[in-house]
Design a protein around this ligand. Structure first.
Ligand code: ATP
Length: 953
């Protein structure tokens, strides 16, 4: 405890060890010692208690401790229990409807119907549970991908390890944007921390190694940091004193996060649609029941049977779990393409994304920088030739190393770098220019008195360092902004006041470098006055001496140009929003094909003053737009404006300050490799390779998922028409035409023959033109006119005509004429059974054709290949085997009122799939011949934009 008498925790380690029973084995002794530890005791004592030192643990000791304490993880609370899940499935509103239907069947005495309905309910529940489990596993697996990494010092060397591998006694480095992965006592430095995960208080608090007063509660201790909290600024070093479940957070088990059960907009739509369809099923059941008994003269029992059959046929069971699964499968496919989705809804949102706001460094470019040129008043030099001696070069290189938080070490065959890529490149660049960076780096850490960390708004970073001749400020940052803070320039002959001509010369050199796509930094320094440690930032970064420029090369990433072309063909607009200078970005944008000519480059500060309507107009009218020197707030304003215009916006970000924009965007995209934990948490998608190409891939997968759900729905809905139409014909004919289908046959189609092919359609690969279509409208419904027309009217009517034709053909062939009785005991009874079996087999055959037709929405089957969806082929094989069992197994025939079909019937049936598929192929051919209309792909955006432009002009 923090204060008070000498508790066991306040004893010397030796004293404490002595008080433990000697019989304990060494591991248990160590464990108990740790439990009795006081993280607020004197730092040297704490280090001794933890058996560590400032240089960190040795690798072997860390491994031993990991085995002893276990991985640094907070165990998750178990998910929903199995029996609860089963009950949830069985009590689902649609299931309740089916229970009611089976109840009716029992009352009416049709036990076979009742049993089949119960089988449908149970099978659906099992099916839904399996799919749910599979979807959950996919999301869990994704979570594991997004494991955090932490910076530690082990064996005296800074390195990065998985957060799960942290052990008590590890020395950790904490910096801006990082989430604490263990409970830590600060040893050096100060940081600002967002404690909201623990306290709910989101105002950042200062935590410093230099504690000024004792705290009443451990959570308020000034020198402690806790797992789960966020560092929002500063740099510090600390020692881990608790990990995993032993941490504050672990103890209060506040991190019992479970897989979210949030419904996606798509699922909500489907849920809603499913309910509507169920209502439709009930109503049509009631109407047909009335028509059957009153108009067609059916017995009460027969009518009820039919009403139940139709109701069951129309209840779209299994729709929701299949969609969840389709989303999860999509998320898994995206993960394979290096985009991790944190929430399933994002998968479908990605599919409708129409604007991508991307940053430049590391996303469009490699983010592995190398210094190409150094520039000072004395001229321009490339590293790698003779060492740079004398002023202004030595001051420039010194500043590049001192005002730097990264590290670089020469190893066999190259450089090992950690930290910010710009900064580590400066170190390597300085080394190649002859600076002794190994010595300077060691000295740098010891000599640093203060760090004014890189500020995305000021676009610079400054350090206060004690050098042998006294304290110095060293600054680096965006050249022109830095130049504004300078009053002198370093020359070979010493410092002299900056003239207007000097400023123009620096600016011209900077522009020349930027136009080549180089990233340029300015460097400056000045002797610090006494009390500089307390000076406000603006005062510290003033009256500087300009030293020179450093131009870094950061070439475009491989694959980005192709991804950009893909996005442009897909009607996606790309807006580059970057902190870097306009000319640099424009050059890179040209190299990767984001812009063809002269883009409109707007500077962040200029956008800031722009009133909202003008910002909206700018974004609406300027397609080829680049936003340079942006601030995090600029991103937020742009997202807001684009969203208010109805766009679905994906926005990248990596810093702490990007979090609000990432949250506000429809899809916030964080960088897995280089971004901060804060950005990763705010984002919905994390790119494991930081590349723009992965964004394009994710959008493509999102479109595939949406498409597949539509295909699946089209297929499932198509069978409703051939089931309903024959019955309507029977009812309208007043019974003069016999019943074309039994209720049990309808159930058999629903239960046995539909499910697997439907599921297989949810796993279709993308259509070839998927990235050549314009994006979907944000509000485009899943069950839009085009899906319903295609399912019910197009495929459905063709199927109904074929099925009814087959039924009448069999009857007529057997000598039936209108009005002839076909009941049991009549001469035409067998013919009627065969005709009904023909209807049943006809629907199955038509659905085989529909399954192939539904595989594409516009493309022809030839372009994707007949056998490319294996699961579908298996599904169809299963469907046919199931139908054959009902038709040919003697013990099933009396149950289903079926009769064996002969070669003539089978030959006719064989044409059905080809006709259904062929008719739809024609429809798709016709669709392809005209340009995509809004209704075809739920899209109007590109057309909208063109209209808007035409109106304005
Ligand atoms: P993007 O937003 O596309 O990733 P960026 O990385 O260039 O681009 P920022 O990191 O906000 O954007 O940097 C903005 C500017 O700040 C840079 O152009 C550079 O001049 C300067 N800068 C970047 N990193 C540092 C740093 N570590 N220290 C000092 N100045 C920096």
């Amino acid at each position: 405890m923090p204060t008070g008498g000498r508790t066991s925790a306040a004893l010397d380690p030796e004293e404490r060890a002595e008080r433990l029973p000697a019989a304990l084995d060494p591991e248990e002794r160590a464990e108990r010692l740790l439990a009795a530890l006081d993280p607020e005791e004197r730092a040297d004592r704490l280090l001794a208690d933890l058996g560590t030192a400032a240089g960190g643990l040795g690798a072997r000791e860390a491994e031993r401790r990991l085995a002893q304490h276990g991985p640094n993880e907070i165990r998750r609370v178990e998910g929903e229990r199995l029996w609860r899940r089963i009950v949830r499935q069985l009590m689902d509103p649609l299931a309740l409807l089916l229970w009611a239907a089976s109840g009716f069947a029992v009352v009416e005495g049709s036990y076979a119907v009742a049993i089949v309905i119960v089988a449908v309910i149970l099978l659906n529940a099992v099916f839904a549970l399996l799919q749910e489990r599979q979807a959950e596993r996919a999301t869990e697996a994704l979570r594991e991908y997004i494991s955090a990494r932490v910076r530690v010092r082990r064996d005296g060397q800074a390195s990065e390890i998985e957060a799960a591998a942290l052990v008590p006694g590890d020395i950790v480095l904490v910096g801006e944007g990082e989430r604490l992965a263990a409970d830590v006592r600060l040893l050096d430095g100060a940081v600002e921390v967002d404690m909201s995960p623990l306290t709910g208080e989101s105002q950042p608090v200062l935590r410093t190694a230099a504690r000024s007063r004792p705290a009443a509660m451990r959570i308020e201790a000034e020198d402690l940091l806790f797992t789960g909290t966020l560092c929002t600024g500063g740099e510090a070093v600390g020692v881990v004193y608790a990990t995993g479940m032993a941490t504050q957070l672990g103890r209060i088990a506040a991190l019992s996060q479970r897989v979210g059960t949030e419904l996606t907009p798509l699922q909500r739509q489907v849920n809603h649609a499913a309910k509507l369809i169920a209502v439709f099923g009930v109503l049509s059941g009631i109407v047909l029941f009335a028509v059957g008994t009153l108009a067609a003269g059916l017995s009460l029992g027969d009518s009820l049977n039919f009403a139940i059959g139709l109701l069951v046929a129309n209840v779209p069971e299994g729709l929701l779990p299949t969609i969840t699964l389709a989303l999860a499968v999509g998320a898994r496919r995206m993960a394979r393409r290096r985009a991790l989705i944190k929430r399933l809804p994002a998968v479908e949102t990605l599919g409708s994304t129409d604007v991508i706001c991307t940053d430049k460094t590391g996303t469009l470019t490699e983010g592995r920088m190398a210094v190409k040129l150094w520039w000072t008043d004395a001229g321009e030099r490339a590293p790698g030739r003779d060492p740079f001696d004398g002023e202004p070069w030595s001051g420039l290189l010194q500043t590049a190393v001192r005002c730097n938080n990264a590290s670089a070490r020469e190893v066999a065959g190259g450089w090992e770098r950690t930290g910010d890529p710009t900064e580590s490149a400066l170190l390597v660049g300085a080394a190649l220019a002859g600076a002794d960076i190994a010595g300077l780096q060691d000295e740098r850490d010891a000599a640093r008195a203060r760090l004014l960390h890189f500020d995305a708004r000021r676009k610079r970073m400054t350090t206060l360092d004690h050098e042998p001749d006294g304290p110095w400020w060293h600054a680096k940052g965006a050249p022109l902004e830095l130049l504004d803070r300078c009053v002198a320039i370093r020359t070979a002959a010493g410092d002299r006041p900056l003239t207007g001509e000097d400023r123009a010369r620096v600016a011209a050199t900077f522009e020349r470098y930027a136009a080549q796509g180089l990233r340029v930094l300015g460097l400056a320094e000045r002797r610090a006055e006494d009390g500089a440690g307390e000076a406000p930032r603006d005062a510290a970064e003033a009256a500087l001496v300009f030293l020179g420029l450093c131009a870094l090369e950061d070439p475009p990433r491989a694959g980005v140009a192709e991804a950009v072309a893909l996005c442009r063909a897909a009607g996606l607009r790309i807006i580059v929003i970057t902190g870097d200078h306009g000319a640099t970005v424009a050059a890179i944008a040209r190299q990767v094909g984001i812009t063809d000519g002269d883009p409109v480059v707007v500077a962040g500060p200029d956008l800031e003053g722009l009133p909202e309507p003008e910002l909206d107009a700018l974004l609406r009218t300027t397609d080829d737009l680049i936003v340079a020197r942006s601030n995090p707030e600029t991103k937020l304003r742009i997202v807001d404006s684009l969203r208010s215009q109805g766009h679905v916006v994906a926005m990248t970000g990596d810093g702490v300050n990007d979090a609000p924009a990432l949250r506000r965007a429809d899809i916030g995209i964080a960088m897995g490799a280089s971004g901060t934990d804060v950005a990763r948490e705010a984002a919905t998608m994390v790119l494991t390779d930081d590349s723009f190409a992965s964004i394009a891939a994710a959008v493509e997968e999102g479109r595939v998922v949406y498409d597949n759900v539509r295909k699946f729905i089209t297929y499932v809905f198509a069978h409703a028409t051939p089931e309903v139409v024959p019955f309507i014909v029977f009812a309208l004919a007043g019974g003069a035409i016999p019943l074309p289908l039994t209720a049990l046959m309808i159930l058999a189609i629903d239960l046995g023959t539909e499910t697997v092919p439907a599921l297989a359609l949810g796993r279709e690969p993308g259509e070839p033109d998927i990235m050549r279509r314009p994006p979907r409208r944000r509000d485009a419904g899943l069950l839009d006119r085009s899906v319903l027309t295609r399912a019910w009217l197009w495929l459905g009517i063709v199927e109904a005509a074929l099925v009814l034709g087959g039924f009448l053909w069999v009857l007529l062939r057997e000598g039936w004429t209108l009005g002839d009785p076909t009941g049991a005991g009549t001469p035409l009874h067998d013919a009627h059974l065969t005709a009904m079996t023909m209807t049943f087999a006809g629907i199955v055959a038509c659905q085989v054709g529909a399954a192939f037709a539904c595989r594409t929405e516009r493309a022809s089957l030839r372009t994707i290949g007949l056998t490319t969806n294996r699961l579908l082929l298996w599904g169809i094989a299963f469907e046919l085997a199931f139908a054959a069992a009902i038709i040919y197994l003697p013990f099933l025939q009396p149950v289903f009122d079926s009769a064996p079909l002969g070669p003539a019937e089978l030959a006719v049936l064989a044409t059905f799939p080809v006709i259904v598929w062929g008719v739809d192929e024609l429809r798709r051919w016709w669709l392809r011949r005209r340009p995509a209309r809004c209704a075809d792909v739920g899209n109007c955006l590109e057309a909208d934009r063109q209209d808007a432009r035409a109106n304005r002009s």
